[in-house]
Design a protein around this ligand. Structure first.
Ligand code: FES
Length: 108
C-alpha cells in the first residue's frame, strides 16, 4: 500500500499507509494524525484539510483539481502558497507512494 508522510507544524513526522483511491485527508483521519480537520468530510467545502505539498512532490501532485478547491484555498486559516492543496482532493495512487505533506499551524 502506498505511504504518506504527514509532517506536523512542529516538525514531527508520521508515515502511514493510505490505500490507492483514498484521499489524503481520510488517510490522516483514519490513522489518528492530528493537524487535519476535514470538517466537511471531503466535500471540498470547508478548507480545514489544508496542507503544503512537499517541494519534491509538488509537480507530481499538481495544483487544485477544481475551481472550488482553488477558491477555497484563498480562504484557508493559514495563508496558502504555491504548493497548497486541500488534501481531501488529493487521491492516492501508486505514483504518489512516498508522498510528503506538511500541515499548517492551524486549520481554523
Ligand atoms: S475536508 Fe473539507 S475541504 Fe477538504
Amino acid at each position: 500500500m502506498p505511504k504518506v508522510t504527514y509532517v506536523s507544524f512542529d516538525g514531527e513526522s508520521q508515515t502511514v499507509d493510505v490505500a490507492v483511491g483514498e484521499n489524503v485527508m481520510r488517510g490522516a483521519l483514519y490513522n489518528g494524525i492530528e493537524g487535519i480537520a476535514g470538517e466537511c468530510g471531503g466535500a471540498c467545502s470547508c478548507a480545514t484539510c489544508h496542507v503544503f505539498i512537499d517541494a519534491d512532490w509538488a509537480s507530481k501532485v499538481g495544483g487544485p483539481s477544481s475551481e472550488a478547491e482553488a477558491e477555497l484555498l484563498e480562504a484557508t486559516s493559514v495563508e496558502a502558497n504555491a504548493t497548497s492543496r486541500l488534501c481531501c482532493q488529493v487521491i492516492m495512487s501508486d505514483e504518489l507512494d512516498g508522498l510528503v505533506v506538511h500541515m499548517p499551524e492551524t486549520q481554523f
